[in-house]
Design a protein around this ligand. Structure first.
Ligand code: ADP
Length: 718
């Protein structure tokens, strides 16, 4: 029970003494609030004791002065509690001054009330934050001294207003003297303690900063910018530069220690006007005490201390980072070289693989166009399918490695979007019918426009999506929907969607199918074949065209692959191939073509087709022979292989172009590389036909070049 009351009393006092303290106000402000509370309670305490004594002695005027002072000090306490620290302080100080004046006047100087000025002055030092409010202290001291002076001038020696006996005066004097001495002693003790605590704190802070300074991994030097002498450094600096103790450092100049370059930087920093000074940072070389050179990141920061301008120089050893950087650059160069070798290897491989494949495909085509035993048809079909499939694989792998190396460049040539889509649809009519599927086509008529783009690559994507749709659908419908989603005067956004009612793709495989060599499940490979490269290539192509290939699919119901691309629209122009003429000119009677080809099988394959169309063929097995035959027989068109002995395709064209600028020359090649079309055009070719060639494509190109008005005129004339 007892302890309970005691606890309550302690917490009540604690509450009163901490009234107004709030952690959010910050340490300094709370300290000032608490000091004022102590000051006020001392004042109230002294007033209470005096009031009590005065009451005993019948000095009622003094009692009322003490009570008034208590009242005013209480107001000051409440102001302080409410956060009005400044007003509380002013009121407290004025109250004490007025009190001392009034009580000295009412009791006379002989009572010794003015002796309370000693503890009062000490209390002022304690209450006012001297470090931060020097002006406040001066003001208060002046007011206090004036009041004190007024007391000595105005107050009577013995009271005129109260009747005080000599004995009472001596009692009052001794009690006031003792009380003021006790309070003075208490405040003195308190102030000394505070000073000691502050000093400890300053030392602690210095120790803390020294620890930071000395544990830094940067070597830090302080240099006086006018004398250029080092004035201080940290432990790391001593270690790295091998200096024997900090004392040795002050005998060294910045140049001796850190070199001429560093000195120049410091001089520059020293010359700049202080407001405009900005730190310097960069990399520099130094030598350690054991003579090992090291590479460092340096920053030089100017600062002022006691009106002297200094530079703080931080030096961080980054040799290891530099070595790592060097190794990364080396590794990158090696990787780039390896990629180049790989790319070259793939390009050579492509040529090597495509040439024999071309021969196989070509020969198969010839046989299928000619007579064969009925029992052989199936074998030839298999041969045709397998060789074309293999060609597709080679092309896919080449394409993918090209994309991976970031070397796939898109062409930007004009083509008619609707005509392109119709060609795509035509090529898929037969495979769709073969699987008894129905084909639903929804191509907007407004796609009938000339746009800029890479027709070949777009065709590759559409082929892949449609081939997959057919491959993974056993029954139902394959749909192709193409529509304009946005149309501006010079560009258009077209959305392409290929959907099917096939097996669908499980949700957890959706992301994987766009990765290289990945299929939805192993069964797929067994059942349907494929490499898992098609979608990876298609996605990258569409991305490079500025779109995003996406899919929505439900297992068992089917899939929908879609993407939107932006195309620049060309000025509407007529298709450069006259379709009517194309139909009329299936037989190319009388056209004379010079065919330059070093591979005998390729030569046979191409010649067979050309002769089928009643074309007169001149054969040259190398470039030299081709030039010779050209001048001898003046053919209408040249079909020239790129890689030939004696004189290659480009050299052959160069020789012929010297005299004949207009003769159509078509490159006939198995090679594939970046910007092949532009490259060949720049070498003097008019066009190119990739090998293995599609007979219709070759026919179309020959027909195109031999039916232009210029050519017809030339034919009629000859
Ligand atoms: P490939 O068809 O040669 O395997 P792709 O990259 O074209 O390679 O396709 C990757 C995989 O995505 C396929 O193996 C198949 O599992 C899945 N896939 C692609 N298209 C479809 C589709 N229309 N329906 C169901 N699955 C598909």
């Amino acid at each position: 029970m007892k302890t309970n009351i005691l606890d309550k009393l302690v917490s009540f006092c604690y509450g009163i003494l901490n009234n107004g303290i709030d952690p959010s106000k910050g340490h300094e402000e709370n300290k000032n609030i608490q000091r004022l509370i102590i000051f006020i309670f001392f004042g109230i305490g002294v007033n209470l004791i005096s009031a009590l004594l005065n009451c005993l002695h019948g000095l009622y005027l003094s009692v009322s002065i003490n009570l008034t002072s208590i009242l005013l000090l209480s107001v000051s306490y409440f102001l302080n509690k409410d956060g009005r620290l400044f007003f509380a302080k002013v009121l407290g100080i004025i109250t004490i001054n007025l009190y001392l004046f009034a009580i000295s006047y009412a009791e006379g100087l002989r009572a010794g009330e003015h002796m309370f000025y000693f503890p009062f002055l000490l209390a002022l030092i304690f209450v006012i934050d001297i470090r931060n409010s020097y002006d406040e202290l001066i003001m208060t001291a002046v007011v206090t001294f004036i009041t004190a002076a007024m007391i000595f001038i105005m107050a009577p020696y013995v009271s005129n207003v109260q009747n005080i006996s000599t004995e009472l005066y001596s009692a009052l004097f001794s009690s006031n003297l003792s009380l003021s001495l006790v309070i003075t002693a208490l405040f003195t003790y308190y102030i000394l303690k505070t000073l000691e605590r502050n000093e400890d704190k300053i030392l602690e802070e210095k120790k803390y900063k020294d620890t930071i300074y000395d544990t830094s991994l940067d070597a830090v030097f302080i240099v006086d910018t006018s004398s250029l002498m080092v004035t201080d450094c940290n432990r790391r600096a001593l270690e790295i530069f091998g200096i024997n103790g900090k004392d040795a450092v002050i005998k060294l100049s910045a140049r001796q220690l850190l070199g001429e370059k560093m000195e120049e930087h410091i001089v520059v920093q020293g010359k700049q006007s202080f407001e405009k000074k900005s730190p310097w940072y960069g990399n520099m070389d130094f030598v350690k005490k054991d003579d090992t050179p090291f590479y460092a990141y340096v920053n030089i920061v100017p600062f002022l201390h006691s009106d002297i301008s200094y530079c703080k120089i931080s030096i961080l050893d980054i040799t290891e980072i530099k070595i790592a950087e060097f190794e990364i650059i080396n590794a990158k160069e090696k990787a780039e070289k390896a990629a180049q070798v790989k790319s070259r290897f793939l390009s050579n491989m492509s040529h090597e693989l495509r040439t024999p494949l071309n021969a196989i495909i070509g020969t198969t085509n010839i046989i299928l166009h000619e007579e064969y035993l009925p029992t052989q048809r199936q074998s030839f079909e298999v041969l045709k399918y397998s060789s074309e499939h293999m060609m597709q694989l080679v092309n896919d792998i080449l394409d993918f490695s090209k994309i991976e190396a970031g070397k796939m460049e898109l062409e930007n040539t004009p083509f008619n979007m609707k005509a392109f889509l119709q060609k795509v649809v035509t090529s898929f009519t037969a495979p769709v019918a073969a699987k008894n599927l129905s084909l639903k086509i929804a191509i907007e008529d407004s796609t009938d426009m000339e746009v800029f783009g890479d027709e070949t690559r777009l065709n590759q994507v559409m082929n892949n999506l449609l081939a997959n749709a057919i491959k993974f659908t056993e029954s139902g419908t394959i749909s192709l929907e193409v529509k304009i989603v946005k149309r501006k005067s010079n560009s258009t956004d077209i959305r392409f969607a290929v959907s099917d009612t096939g097996i669908g793709i499980p949700p957890n495989k959706i992301r994987q199918i766009f990765e290289s060599f990945t299929q939805a499940d192993i069964e797929t490979t067994r059942k349907f074949g494929g490499t898992g490269l098609g979608l990876a290539i298609s996605k990258r192509i569409i991305e490079q065209m500025g779109g995003n290939l996406q899919v929505e699919s439900t297992v068992g119901s089917g899939s929908n692959f879609y993407f939107t691309l932006n195309f620049e629209i060309t000025k509407q122009q007529k298709s450069y191939v006259d379709e009517d003429k194309l139909k009329q000119l299936t037989e190319l009677d009388g056209v004379k073509i010079l065919l330059a080809e070093d591979n005998p099988i390729n030569m046979i394959v191409a010649k067979r087709f050309l002769q089928k169309w009643n074309i007169q063929v001149l054969e040259a097995e190398n470039g030299l022979k081709a030039v010779e035959l050209f001048y001898l027989h003046k053919p209408d068109l040249l079909l020239i292989d790129l890689e030939m002995p004696e004189m290659d395709g480009a050299q052959t064209v160069e020789a012929i172009r010297k005299t004949h600028k207009d003769i159509p020359i078509i490159a006939f090649t198995a090679a594939t590389y970046e910007n092949i079309r532009q490259d060949l055009l720049s070498k003097g070719f008019n066009d190119y036909v990739p090998k293995p060639f599609k007979p219709e494509e070759l026919h179309k190109k020959i027909m195109f070049y031999t039916s232009t008005p210029g050519f017809l005129e030339h034919r009629q004339a000859s």
